[in-house]
Design a protein around this ligand. Structure first.
Ligand code: AMP
Length: 398
């Protein structure tokens, strides 16, 4: 089946046309500056084609139309007709407690996604706009929603409840949801494949370390704990996000500087994390260069990140009563051997023994622990688009 995977943001839209059987990426690209002017970058990997176009995109509908035009173009297209697209898979950030799995999009599903807007006010409206634009331009092609939160819906109550008055959970749905679920699901499944064991016999800790970072405990194939919470601000320190902190800090800083809550959250979301500590950049490559030159704040930013990853690996092993495998993925996890090594070293007491040579790998699947390591450590590039395409093909095929 040919599946179009769509990830719609407020002014951008990423797409991939995939063959769900061969897993080939036929074409992919990005629409940017939607609602401003409009730019399309379109790539055809098999032919090494990369094209850039300035196209008017007042709304997401024109953006989708420009994607379809590019896909059927005689010069740089990959299909003869839009009719060849069997289904569309949409990334949707928040499914709340309504969705524990991907679903075929119906009117009721759209209503439920709209009901989740208060939980993800920046993301869900953009995702909904993307779905509606596709429906407008593509008519009756079946569409599937794949949620970032769905995989973590298996967390037990003791893991997802915050210790707040219970009515805030009951009435207001304040609880831990977790994000990056599609990535955690994909890499934990690949991990089981690579180890040649059924996933329901494994305890896996998946570390999605990128600009946004989260860790999940995947026990017998089910997410039982994860570091992001009610929003993607929680857990590890990230590129620009603070991760967990004492809520009392908000009151202290707001009083001291006369900030509104929005100003305070802007600092927590955009000026914190490794950028905030280092003062250099949110990009680990820049911070590593600065640390090499003796910049102390850059050094401690990296140490702080690595320490928090290690701490959560220990905590999640405790939560599951053991661990068989640890997986590193996403921009930092896939490319940064030093961070992986620092996060996994010192865990020898629980059976983790890294292989420095094997760890010296970038961006491809590898076992990076020593052959005699009780706990296997793996590097697995994530592929959320493939997961979305696979779910979409499966649901539409039924
Ligand atoms: P992601 O959000 O998964 O796309 O990850 C993006 C982040 O990965 C960037 O901000 C970098 O910090 C990090 N990254 C990418 N390549 C490398 C590399 N070779 N070494 C260290 N960090 C990297």
């Amino acid at each position: 089946m040919k599946i179009l995977v769509i990830n719609a943001g407020s002014s951008s839209l990423k797409y991939q046309l995939m063959d769900s059987v061969t897993h080939d990426v036929l074409a992919k690209g990005l629409c940017e500056r939607i609602g401003i002017d409009g730019r399309l970058t379109h790539k055809v990997p098999a032919k090494d084609i990369k094209k850039e176009f300035e196209i008017s995109m007042p709304t997401h509908a024109e953006a989708i139309q420009s994607v379809l035009d590019a896909l059927v173009s005689p010069e740089h297209g990959v299909i003869a007709s839009v009719k060849e697209i069997d289904a569309v898979g949409h990334r949707v950030v928040h499914g709340g407690e309504s969705f524990a799995q991907s679903v075929l999009i119906t009117d009721d599903v759209m209503k439920a996604i709209e009901d989740c807007i208060p939980l993800a006010p920046l993301h869900n409206p953009a995702n909904i706009t993307g779905i509606k634009a596709c429906q407008k331009v593509m008519g009756n092609v079946p569409m599937v929603a794949v949620f970032d939160t769905a995989f973590h819906q298996t967390m037990p109550e003791k893991a997802y409840l915050y210790a707040l008055p219970y009515e805030y959970y009951e009435n207001d749905k304040v609880r831990r949801y977790g994000f990056h679920g599609t990535s955690h699901r994909y890499v934990s499944a690949r991990c089981a494949d690579m180890l040649g064991k059924p996933i329901d016999q494994l305890k896996i800790i998946t570390c999605h370390l990128g600009n946004g970072s989260s860790i999940a405990a995947v026990d017998h194939g089910k997410s039982v704990e994860t570091s992001m919470g009610f929003t993607p601000l929680a857990g590890l320190p990230m590129g620009t996000r603070s991760g967990d902190l004492d809520a009392g800090i908000l009151q202290y800083l707001m009083n001291k500087y006369g900030w509104s809550i929005d100003e305070c959250l802007n600092v927590l979301n955009k000026k914190s994390g490794v950028l905030g500590i280092s003062g250099v950049s949110s990009d680990f490559r820049d911070i590593e260069s600065a640390a090499k030159e003796g910049n102390h704040r850059a050094e401690v930013a990296l140490e702080c990140f690595q320490y928090n990853v290690k701490k959560l690996i220990g905590a999640y092993a405790a939560a599951m009563g053991g661990v068989d495998a640890i997986v590193f993925t996403a921009g930092v996890g896939e490319n940064d051997a030093k961070t992986r090594m620092a996060a996994a070293s010192g865990l020898e007491f629980m059976g983790v023994k890294m292989d420095p040579d094997a760890n010296n790998t970038r961006g491809k699947e590898a076992v990076i622990s020593a052959p005699d390591s009780k706990v296997k450590v793996l590097l697995i590039p994530t592929d959320e688009e493939l997961m979305i395409a696979t779910d979409t093909a499966e649901i539409v095929g039924k």
